[in-house]
Each structure stands twice: as structure tokens, then as C-alpha cells.
Design a protein around this ligand. Structure first.
Ligand SMILES: Cc1cc2nc3c(=O)[nH]c(=O)nc-3n(C[C@H](O)[C@H](O)[C@H](O)COP(=O)(O)OP(=O)(O)OC[C@H]3O[C@@H](n4cnc5c(N)ncnc54)[C@H](O)[C@@H]3O)c2cc1C
Length: 289
């Protein structure tokens, strides 16, 4: 066993203030661990070697889900499996339930958490792109206090997020959007793999026309990408006109080749997922909410 592993310390925090003190004491060498479904594989591969792990998965305050004013507030340690089964999330943020159902396998979903996913910053992950589309905010707490940071500015690149040592994500806040419909679609080579391309969409209809739309995709960049120009184009169109206007999106994307997929193939997949997600969201919006 290496020196790094033999010298690693572990503490299970019982409250957010205790976790913050432990993280502050551990300095740059301390890392929060929640579900461990990304951090432990990275440690196994030698890509991360924290000297001190602060386990935040059992803090009661991080496991709650509830409506506060005009937001749904989800504790950071709520698991992917809980996102898929919680009736309050099904009512107020069904996009998160649909997106979480695509993550890995049931075993991963039972342990992985929403806070861990957004902090980890995997560009292909389902929850960060959904949070972009939902205009969610993340609550970040540290010795300096607590603040809400917008999801759209939180992802800074591959596995890079707007988090400094000592900072803990404690909640995700989603604005309530009654009357909106939601869609999430992804393509992966095998069930449970990370997606080569995915799309999340939210739509409101007024008299058969799209009155409000949000679309986000993965696979196009080093972070989730919100399709602002496409959203502007779709607003005011009928559903069929809107779907037609997404055709050609592949040619507008600046996608790079990579070992898993040629750029042109990935761009076509992203376009196809965006079309399907918008169709799904429009069908959902037509249902009686
Ligand atoms: C086989 C396999 C398949 C997978 N497939 C997918 C997939 O298809 N889609 C997908 O999105 N993910 C996938 N994952 C990853 C999984 O979803 C993780 O659960 C998720 O990425 C991280 O959540 P976690 O709670 O496990 O975080 P952890 O592994 O505990 O932590 C991940 C990172 O976030 C930090 N962190 C954790 N919690 C907090 C917090 N509250 N505040 C600040 N920082 C924190 C940690 O320090 C670490 O840097 C897969 C994992 C495996 C092993």
C-alpha cells in the first residue's frame, strides 16, 4: 500500500458546521466525500490522493427535499435514486427525476448524490446540464458564510467547478415552473455508460406556440452548453416549426474529434437528442399539469 493511502484520514461529519470546520482544518489536502462514486474511482486510478476525507453523506440537513417560497430546495446528499422516486421532485422538478434515471446503474444511483455530481463537474453528466436548463442555483457554504451560485456559471471546464478548498455544496435550488413540460434524452453506446450526447429541455406553450424554452446539451463542449440562440429562434413558433428549426444544429456546433466519437457523428447525435428532448417537453407541456 502506498504512503498516501496509509496516511489518509477519514471523518464522518454530523452537521454542516462540523463539516466546514473539518474541511477548513484539513486545508488543501481535505476533500468532501458524499456517494464516493466518482472520488473513489479517481483515487483508485491515482488521479486524486486526498489526505483527509470529510464524509458529508449522513448529514441530516443535506438529505431533505422541500418547497421554500417559489423554489424547490434539494439537499446536496440526496441520491440519484431518491431523485427518481421522490414525489415532491416528481411534482416540482420532474426533469431531475428523468435525468437521474439515466445515470450509471442502480448501484451507482443508490450512492451517488446530486451535490457530488455538480461538484465533480463531469462534462457528460446528466444532472449539471439539467440544472443549467432549470436555471438552478447551488448553495455553497464555507467559513466565509453561505451563498447561492448560478448553475450556469458553475462549470468551468472538464472536472473543474467554481469551488475552492473548504467550500461545500449544501443544496440545489430550482425555481418552480408550473405549466412547463420537460424532456431529457441521451445516447450512449451501452446502457449505463456515460452519454456520448444528451439534451435537456423545458418548454411552455401558449395557444399551441412555444412561449418559453430552455435547451441544454452535453457532448458539445468541456461543460454543459445552453443553446441560447436556438432558444431565441424557437420562441413564438409552433411545435412542428420549432422542431424543424433545430434541424441543422449539428452544423452550428463546434465539436472536436475524440477517441470515442468522430466530431460529425457526435454533432448529429446532439442534434437528434435536442429534437427528441424538445418534442418530449412539448408533449409534456400539453398534458394537464
Ligand atoms: C461505473 C460508473 C458509472 C457512472 N455513470 C455515470 C453516468 O452515467 N452519469 C453521471 O452523471 N455519473 C455517473 N457516474 C458518477 C456518479 O454519478 C457519481 O455519483 C457522481 O458523479 C458524484 O456523486 P458522488 O456523491 O458519488 O460524489 P463523490 O464521488 O463523493 O465526490 C465527487 C467529487 O465531488 C466532491 N464533492 C462531493 N460532495 C460534495 C459536496 N457536497 N460539496 C462539494 N464537493 C463535493 C468530492 O470531493 C469529489 O471531488 C458513474 C460512476 C461509476 C462508478
Amino acid at each position: 500500500m502506498s504512503d498516501v493511502l496509509t496516511s489518509m484520514a477519514y471523518e464522518r461529519a454530523r452537521s454542516v458546521p462540523e463539516a466546514i470546520v473539518l474541511l477548513a482544518e484539513g486545508g488543501e489536502d481535505a476533500r468532501p466525500i458524499s456517494g464516493g462514486q466518482s472520488l473513489v474511482p479517481m483515487m483508485n486510478l491515482g488521479l486524486a490522493a486526498p489526505a483527509f476525507l470529510v464524509d458529508v453523506s449522513a448529514i441530516p440537513g443535506l438529505r431533505s427535499v422541500g418547497v421554500e417560497g417559489d423554489h424547490l430546495v434539494i439537499g446536496a446528499a440526496v441520491t440519484h435514486a431518491e431523485l427518481t422516486s421522490d414525489p415532491v421532485i416528481a411534482e416540482h422538478a420532474p426533469l431531475l427525476a428523468r435525468a437521474a434515471a439515466h445515470i450509471g446503474s442502480q448501484r451507482i444511483r443508490n450512492r451517488g448524490t446530486i451535490g457530488g455530481s455538480v461538484a465533480h463537474g463531469d462534462a457528460a453528466a446528466e444532472l449539471p446540464v439539467s440544472c443549467h436548463v432549470l436555471d438552478a442555483d447551488y448553495q455553497v457554504e464555507s467559513r466565509a458564510g453561505a451563498e447561492w451560485r448560478p448553475a450556469r456559471a458553475f462549470s468551468l471546464g472538464y472536472y473543474q467547478t467554481d469551488l475552492a478548498p473548504g467550500e461545500l455544496v449544501t443544496a440545489v435550488r430550482v425555481p418552480l415552473r408550473p405549466g412547463h413540460g420537460w424532456g431529457f434524452q441521451e445516447y450512449s453506446r451501452r446502457s449505463g455508460d456515460f452519454a456520448l450526447a444528451s439534451a435537456a429541455a423545458g418548454v411552455a406553450l401558449d395557444g399551441g406556440r412555444i412561449s418559453s424554452v430552455a435547451i441544454g446539451v452535453t457532448g458539445a463542449a468541456d461543460r454543459p452548453l445552453r443553446l441560447d440562440a436556438v432558444e431565441r429562434r424557437l420562441t413564438g413558433l409552433t411545435v412542428e416549426e420549432g422542431v424543424r428549426s433545430i434541424t441543422g444544429l449539428a452544423g452550428e456546433l463546434d465539436v472536436a474529434d475524440d477517441p470515442y466519437c468522430a466530431a460529425s457523428e457526435r454533432a448529429r447525435l446532439i442534434e437528434a437528442m435536442a429534437v427528441r428532448a424538445v418534442r418530449e417537453a412539448c408533449a409534456d407541456a400539453r398534458r394537464d399539469h
